[in-house]
Design a protein around this ligand. Structure first.
Ligand code: COA
Length: 405
């Protein structure tokens, strides 16, 4: 097992990934390793066959920062996972996952996420946890043409627009409880390097009649399905949103796409408007998430937990709350509403809330409520606590994760 140590390794790994995943993964690997502001070559792991010197299996860790309420989390995406066919089912990814988890621990990551194939990653402790590949589909005939020229214009964004894009993005994300942080360097990567890769996209700006850019939307050039995929948009006023949907219709017609697909948060302003015009939800997938260090995560979100208590009937709480994940339990000590300590208790019988280990991710990230989990899994149970306390600490949250490459 090795990790990338030279530009030549990056080339070899790119060729390997292209052979497994196809179209544009070669460039994506190289661009990510060589140019992304947050990646590190040593996070790109691979297994080489001693006999042939050939790369036969690989995955990587891509570092993200997520916002969770008022705090940030370190998130390590497991990316571009693959093994050459003759080497499959021999535990190579399992071995790489072992090293990957060491990197997560050493790097102080609070969670790891993957947009992986169905089921497979459950074997490594991941659980479906946040919305991914959402489909709000809008048929073109439902988008009414404007009766007169409304004066809105469009152009593609350039590097000079990065400060504006970053501001508009942050503004849109303020509506969510959990989102990915996109700093200016990440925006530069998205505009300059992503277009050369499997993640190629176009970032469009809406210009008001005076020529000033006031909103953006992003079209993914590849992506799933046959629609025109929109995977980013700023907060829009209704007239701006109407202009954008009309522009999307024009682009869809030009590119022979039968409908517009909004891969956006359910409550985003553009989705709200599209729903008014008849957009329908056609399902979606979910991010799979693994929690490498529950105690560290609880400490990190401590300020958010304290805010939740302060705005509830548990204001000023002095008590300990133990979450028992069967193989390990974690006790949070609250004094006067402040989280004073989080202690890893190891394997114990005690604890108010019992959950299978993988189900804490959907609870703590607000994807499933305690009640929903309990209704579906008899081994989610509570002893002694008021459900209200757990629901206060871990409410449902609005989240959407936009890509950083
Ligand atoms: C999926 C893939 C990465 C698995 O690689 P691998 O080296 O065979 O994986 P491992 O042998 O380490 O798998 C670990 C375990 O999962 C099992 N497994 C392998 N592929 C599986 C699959 N598709 N579904 C379920 N289990 C699978 C293995 O048998 C092994 O079980 P064991 O530890 O109980 O013996 C490989 O088949 C591949 O490259 N597929 C094509 C590309 C792809 O789909 N990548 C994933 C993108 S998210």
């Amino acid at each position: 097992m090795k990790s990338v140590a030279s530009a030549e390794d990056a080339e070899r790994l790119g060729a390997f990934n292209e052979a497994i995943h196809g179209d544009g993964t070669d460039a994506m690997t190289r661009e990510l390793i060589l140019h992304h502001p947050h990646t590190r070559p040593e996070h790109w792991l691979y297994v080489e066959d001693d006999a042939s010197g050939q790369v036969v299996s690989s995955l990587c860790l891509i570092p993200w920062t997520w916002r969770y309420g008022s705090v940030t989390l370190r998130a390590g995406e497991m990316g571009i996972v693959g093994t050459l066919e003759p080497y499959r089912h021999r535990g190579l990814i399992r071995a790489l996952d072992g090293r990957f988890k060491e990197l997560l621990r050493d790097g102080g990551y609070h969670l790891s996420h993957i947009q992986g194939i169905p089921y497979y990653y459950r074997q490594f402790g991941y659980e479906y946890t946040l919305p991914l590949e959402v489909e709000w589909n809008l048929d073109l005939y439902r988008i009414p043409d404007a009766e007169h020229d409304t004066g809105w214009r469009f152009r593609q964004a350039t590097l000079d627009d990065v400060p504006l894009l970053a501001r508009l993005y942050d503004d849109a994300m303020a509506d969510l409880d959990i989102s990915a942080v996109r700093d200016a360097d990440t925006w530069r990567f998205l505009l300059e390097h992503s277009p050369k890769t499997a993640m190629a996209s176009e970032t469009w700006l809406l210009l008001e009649p005076g020529g000033q850019p006031v909103a953006y939307f992003i079209i993914e050039l590849g992506g799933f399905g046959v629609g025109l995929n929109v995977n980013g948009a700023s907060r829009v006023r209704f007239d701006q949103g109407q202009a954008i949907l009309r522009q999307l219709k024009a682009l869809a017609v030009e590119r022979g796409k039968p409908f517009v697909r909004l891969n956006l948060h359910d409550q985003s302003t553009l989705v709200q408007l599209a729903r008014e015009w008849g957009a329908y939800s056609d399902g979606g997938y979910a991010w799979q998430i693994y929690l490498p260090d529950v105690a560290a995560l609880l400490r990190q979100i401590g300020p958010v937990l304290e805010q939740r208590l302060a705005h509830s009937i548990f204001a000023g709480l002095t008590d300990s709350v133990t979450i028992n994940l069967y193989r390990a339990a974690f006790r949070m000590q609250f004094e006067g509403g402040q989280l004073k300590a989080v202690e890893a208790l190891g394997r114990v019988e005690t604890g108010g809330l019992h959950l299978p280990p993988t189900l804490f991710a959907p609870l703590v990230l607000g994807y499933r409520s305690r009640e929903e989990l309990h209704a579906n899994y008899p081994d989610v149970s509570m002893w002694g606590y008021s459900g209200l306390l757990i629901d206060t600490l871990f409410p449902r949250m609005e989240s959407f994760i936009h890509m950083i490459y």
